[in-house]
Design a binder for this molecule. Sequence first.
Ligand SMILES: Nc1c(NC[C@H](O)[C@H](O)[C@H](O)CO)[nH]c(=O)[nH]c1=O
Ligand SMILES: CC(=O)[C@@H](O)COP(=O)(O)O
Length: 160
Amino acid sequence: MATVNHNLSHYDKNTIPNAKDFRFGIVVSEWNDTITNGLLKGAIDALLDCGALEENIITWDVPGSFELIYGSKKMIQQNVDAVIAIGCVIQGETKHFDFVCEGVTQGIKDLNVTTDTPVIFCVLTDNTMQQSIDRSGGKHGNKGSEAGIAAIKMAELRRK
Ligand SMILES: Nc1c(NC[C@H](O)[C@H](O)[C@H](O)CO)[nH]c(=O)[nH]c1=O
Ligand SMILES: CC(=O)[C@@H](O)COP(=O)(O)O
């Protein structure tokens, strides 16, 4: 289902574990910070709405989405139950978009494979700024909310 047919901020609290006992790490790219800050708000709001404690949420900034890989690796060492990697990559004039998107995707995938801490992929890979606006609290909801809910569910799974 494409995002246009699915509001990213919708969730049913009855289907989500209480997050009060979980610790979360959030790593946020500074590139396109008006967007990433909106994603961060969505993630934190969802975590708190589902019972997470503010003191159990650690937030770090990194320069760009490519640095989410190393930042998430270091965040895992903070003994958190899940990490949320937040970025916004927008197509420019060159192929750099392709390499950043592929690199961060593969890097976060590798962390999920090689460590025992789930790293949630909250990286917008958009053609235009408007698409990013629409997905960070705009008409399609907030991918940060989606990521926060995913982090809770994966933190619960990790304890099985
Ligand atoms: N163009 C975007 C970037 N580029 C920067 C890279 O992520 C990285 O910081 C740089 O290559 C140094 O290693 N980053 C984004 O997050 N979004 C962009 O649109
Ligand atoms: C994703 C990027 O790195 C890109 O926005 C940079 O823009 P450009 O391809 O015009 O250098």
